[in-house]
Ligand binder design. Structure first.
Ligand SMILES: Nc1ncnc2c1ncn2[C@@H]1O[C@H](COP(=O)(O)OP(=O)(O)OP(=O)(O)O)[C@@H](O)[C@H]1O
Ligand SMILES: [Mg+2]
Length: 586
């Protein structure tokens, strides 16, 4: 029999209860007649301070509060993939089916179907010694992903009575006999407290890029698998589109997308488009590898605070199976605002801009859970964490941006002026950086093309030169520039328009393989060389504008992957155009 306490005070999502017996930090409680889900976040003597994950309107002092003595946990079992959850892993689609469009309060729906039977195939042998994290069997969870059933953390021993068969997630699939003779039943279902990182053997240095098909990212500012990246940007600069593109196209086994406090319509976009998308490689539905966590701005603020932990705990679980997981959070600013609101209600001492003093620590702890790791069973898995940040007015000197940039190793600086000019993705190539560049160089040279690193460096050099020359242009005007510098500007324009600009909404342009990126980079370089030769012969930059080669370069991004080799040959042939231009220098 759970001990009950009583509500004493209510302040928005924060409730104070008296008389809960043995309350512990992070215990989950059921609040009031409606049994709203809450979590103890502070204990003062006999008072338990509770953040409630549901709307508290109508709640009255005196109503009972019941301690479940369980921490806020995720339910881990086959059936998670393809789900759409709220911030505390309640399945939105199932809630909707049971209570209509608005989430009714106090509804108790399991995160995974506990009635469904899964075909379980053992991997481990009866009588064999296993330890925590070891894989005991597999279930084909979706068309794309095999779910590995693992020995729960903290359990070791001999496998007993393991058998292939059809089981629900709560059915016993085997026993584990500990060294003292103790017997534990193991099912496919486990729980894990979201605020605690799942244990691993060790972190490994990143060395493989997370290929995204987004040219500016893969070529200039790559994030490593197991890496961290921040996407700060002002209103409307393209944060959400980038996050969606990564969720759709990045080469991860599993994608966890946390829509955190964004407008309802942005989430609707995801909820309607994702289920229709197909994996480009396998043709299977993308949802087969995706978990969506939706917490829009009109949902309770405490659930938003929890949502990124729910997301990363689910990510860790699939990582522990040896998968590469990508986690997108859009936007972590809205998460930080939730933290601030709750901290305010607790009357804590505010830090910078009203955020709690522990904001920096919380941000760091979150990104710390990313990484390429050796998991308990010896496999290698990874979590790549990519967080959007929405600094008010786009000014990244504010606390959330600063605390994020301190811990993330890639910075995609979205730029309002680029967005205004409809240059998308509006990642500013002069301000952005990736600290993984050196770690990944080897991979690119081996897998993307021998000259990849050199080409990339050269292209970036041209873009930097462009910025310098533009300063001169401000002073003396374009016409006064030597032809050589005009040509640099000309190539820089090609890099910007034909390469960096990439439409998320064009069927072909939306994704570019590294192979095609390499061909495109090489093409720009070849055009550069051909132009430079022509200039040496006295040809003017303005004479080169109407060549077929330039037209072909501009169209290259819209050429299908299957046709790119032939197209490149045609492009190469058209470069001779530059040789036939007669010198315009009199
Ligand atoms: N890669 C892209 N290709 C084409 N259009 C884009 C691209 N990125 C962004 N856009 C355009 O910019 C608009 C705004 O982008 P988005 O919604 O991602 O901005 P945001 O930074 O998330 O804004 P908010 O601060 O409101 O959340 C999009 O609706 C789209 O029209
Ligand atoms: Mg957005």
């Amino acid at each position: 029999m759970a001990e009950k306490g009583n509500i004493y005070r209510i302040s928005g999502p924060v409730v104070i209860a008296h008389g809960l017996e043995s309350p512990k930090m992070y215990d989950v409680v059921k609040v009031g007649k409606m049994q709203l889900v809450g979590e103890i976040i502070k204990i003062n003597g006999d008072d338990a301070v509770i953040q409630v994950y549901e709307d508290t309107s109508g709640l009255k002092p005196g109503e009972t509060v019941e301690n479940t003595h369980r921490q806020l946990s995720v339910m881990l079992a086959p059936g998670i993939l393809g789900s759409i959850y709220d911030g505390i892993q309640r399945p939105l689609d199932k809630i909707k089916a049971s209570s209509g469009d608005f989430i009714a309060r106090g509804v108790n729906v399991e995160a995974v179907d506990t009635k469904k039977k899964w075909h379980f195939v053992p991997v481990a042998k009866n009588g064999s010694e296993v330890k925590q994290g070891d894989i005991i069997g597999e279930v084909q969870e979706t068309g794309l992903i095999k779910h590995k059933v693992m020995v729960p953390v903290g359990m070791n021993g001999k496998i007993d009575k393991l058998k292939e068969g059809d089981y629900t997630v709560t059915d016993k699939i085997c026993g584990i006999i500990g060294s003292t003779g103790s017997k534990s039943d193991v099912s496919m279902l486990q729980y894990w407290p979201v605020r605690i990182a799942r244990p691993v053997v060790e972190k490994l240095p990143p060395h493989i890029p997370l290929i995204t098909g987004q040219r500016v990212i893969d070529t200039f500012f790559p994030v490593a698998q197991g890496g961290t990246a921040a996407v700060p940007g002002p209103f409307g600069s393209g944060k959400t589109v980038i996050q969606h593109q990564l969720a759709k196209w990045s080469e991860s086994d599993i994608v966890v997308y946390v829509g955190c406090g964004e407008r309802g319509n942005e989430m609707t976009e995801i909820l309607t488009t994702f289920p229709e998308l197909k994996d480009p490689k396998t043709g299977k539905p993308l949802m087969d590898r995706t978990i969506l966590i939706a917490n829009t701005s009109n949902m309770p603020v405490a659930a938003r605070e929890a949502s990124i932990y729910t997301g990363i705990a689910l990510a860790e679980y699939y990582r522990d199976m040896g998968y590469n997981v990508a986690l997108m959070a859009d936007s972590t600013s809205r998460w930080a605002e939730a933290l601030r609101e709750i901290s305010g209600r607790l009357e804590e001492m505010p830090g910078e801009e009203g955020y709690p003093a522990y904001l920096g620590r919380k941000v760091a702890e979150f990104y710390e859970r990313a990484g390429m790791v050796k998991v308990l069973n010896g496999k290698i898995g990874s979590i790549t964490a990519i967080g959007a940040v929405s600094p008010p007015g786009g000014d990244i000197s504010e606390p959330v941006s600063q605390n994020t940039l301190r811990v993330t190793r890639v910075f995609w600086a979205l730029d309002a002026s680029l967005a205004n000019r409809r240059h998308f993705p509006s990642i500013n190539w002069l301000n952005s950086y990736s600290l993984y560049m050196d770690d990944l160089g080897g991979w690119y040279s081996e897998n993307a093309g021998k000259e990849w690193v050199q080409l990339r460096t050269e292209m970036m050099g041209i873009l930097q030169k462009e910025a310098e020359i533009n300063e001169v242009v401000q002073l003396v005007g374009y016409d006064a520039l030597p032809e050589k510098e005009k040509e640099t500007l000309d190539i820089a324009k090609s890099i910007r328009e034909d390469y960096l600009q990439q439409s998320a909404f064009d069927d072909v342009d939306t994704y570019t393989s590294t192979k095609k990126q390499y061909i495109m980079l090489k093409s720009i370089k070849m055009m550069h060389d051909a132009e430079a030769k022509a200039i040496d012969r006295g040809v003017l930059v303005e004479q080169m504008q109407k060549t077929t080669a330039k037209e072909k370069m501009a169209r290259m991004k819209f050429v299908k992957e299957a046709d790119i080799d032939n197209y490149f040959k045609e492009f190469e042939g058209s470069l001779s155009d530059f040789e036939s231009i007669e010198s315009g220098n009199k």
